[in-house]
Structure formats: C-alpha cells, structure tokens
Design a protein around this ligand. Structure first.
Ligand code: RB5
Length: 149
C-alpha cells in the first residue's frame, strides 16, 4: 500500500509523528510536506495529496491541519476522494468499513499524538468489503450529472 501524507503548519508536528509511524511500520509513503511550522495554506496541500490518490499513484492519503476541518472540506472537493475526519478509533474503523474512506484526516490541535497513532493504525489496517451492503451506498456518493460536478 502506498500512502501520501501532508499537513499545513498547524498539523506539522502531528504529521511528523505519522511519518515516523509509517516508517516504523514499513509503509511505502511520500511526505508531501509541509516541512516546518512556517505558515502555508491547507487547501494547497490537501489538493496535492488528494490528486496523488485519485491519480492512482497512491492508494491512501493522510492529511493533518489544526482541526482537520479545512483539509477534509478541500480533499472532498476532489472527485473520487472520500476523506474522513476521525477523532477516535471507532470512527477510523467505520470510515473504512462503511465509507471506504481513501483519505484520513486528523486535527493536530485537537487530537493527541498517541490517540492519533492508534487511529492511523486502525484506519490503515481496516479493509472495505466491496460485496458488503455499504458498497451500494458508497457508489451513490459521487456527484450526480445534473449537479454539473
Ligand atoms: C490554520 O491556522 C488552521 O486554520 C488550519 O490548520 C485548519 O485548522 C483549518 O481548517
């Protein structure tokens, strides 16, 4: 599994912890930055990571900003992205099982490091069953043609 990771300045410290975890657990990943705490605009990073996933170059993405909200809103504007902001492990589990979330979003200012690491591990290790009842619902998520999307 190839994982794309990114954050803004407010998510930088937690993103570094996520990068450490991915390295320790042996994941193939790319860190799309940011690489320090200088201020950057979260939509720029969210879009880059989201497009890295929809291009097929990466299987999953992880985004971190202050609350996770801005990253989540932006990533979900990219067709084919199902980004889920998770605060605890149960959300991470069902984000995969029910929603086939391909991007996990964390809040660097709202979620502690140890909880965040558990969220990441649960989310990465939970699969989506394409034969489950949830697959029909996930297929209905994409914008309808009459919405111009
Ligand atoms: C940055 O100050 C902050 O607005 C950003 O990280 C994020 O929380 C936005 O949703």
């Amino acid at each position: 599994m190839k994982v794309a990771v990114g954050s803004d300045h407010a998510g930088y410290k937690l993103k570094e912890e996520v990068v450490d975890l991915l390295r320790t657990d042996g994941y193939d990943f790319k860190d799309f930055g940011t690489f320090n705490e200088d201020s950057v605009d979260y939509p720029d990073v969210a879009r880059e990571v989201a497009e890295a996933v929809t291009s097929g170059d990466y299987d999953r993405g992880i985004l971190v900003c202050g609350t996770g909200i801005g990253m989540c809103i932006t990533a979900n504007k990219v067709r084919g992205i199902r980004a889920a902001l998770c605060f605890e492990q149960y959300m991470a589990k069902v984000a995969r099982e029910h929603n086939d979330a391909n991007i996990l979003v964390l809040g660097g200012r709202t979620t502690g490091v140890e909880i965040a690491k558990e969220i990441v591990r649960v989310w990465l290790n939970t699969s989506f069953d394409p034969k489950s009842r949830h697959a029909r619902r996930v297929a209905k998520i994409e914008p309808h043609s009459n919405q111009g999307g």
